[in-house]
Design a protein around this ligand. Structure first.
Ligand code: CO
Length: 157
């Protein structure tokens, strides 16, 4: 399968609520690997399955783990279990909304529950830019785009 990025604020695929993944098989692993490849190729900090035309609950994050070091992680059926009281406003963009940026308020820290590609349940605590990316990508699974939450949107023609 050759993946391509779905774009546009009114794209029905991006606006649909995605379904939970029930089968952890070779096909899922291959799909997650291809998602990671396209995310890295496009310099994204995260990618959600609907962005490549698949309305299933899978997300890839490119976590920043050191000043110049990133690590890719695949999240299946991710949920936010807990979030900090602190909200942080910062600028976001999205591979599905090229040339649009917006100031979005997000929780500073989140605790996630998800399943890894083998179907093992996991817990992950994230902060800062990583927590922001997770919230942005999980929104995609519910058909929510950052422009829906943005306080200020900027468009480069
Ligand atoms: Co996005």
């Amino acid at each position: 399968m050759k993946l391509k990025i779905e774009t546009g604020p009114d794209n029905p695929i991006l606006r649909k609520k995605s379904v939970k993944i029930a089968k952890f098989d070779k096909k899922l692993k291959k799909f997650l690997r291809e998602m990671a490849e396209i995310m890295l190729a496009k310099d994204g900090v995260g990618l959600a399955a609907p962005q490549v035309g698949v309305n299933e609950r899978a997300v890839i994050l490119n976590l920043k783990i050191a000043p110049k070091k990133w690590q890719t992680v695949a999240l299946v059926n991710p949920e936010i279990l807990d979030a900090s009281l602190e909200l942080i406003c910062a600028e976001e963009g999205c591979l599905s909304l090229p040339k649009i940026w917006g100031e979005v308020e997000r929780f500073e820290n989140v605790t996630l529950k998800f399943w890894d590609e083998n179907g093992t349940p996991r817990i992950l605590e994230l902060e800062g830019i990583n927590a922001r990316a997770a919230q942005h990508e999980i929104d995609h699974l519910d058909g929510i785009l950052f422009i829906d939450r943005a306080k200020k949107v900027r468009e480069d023609k």
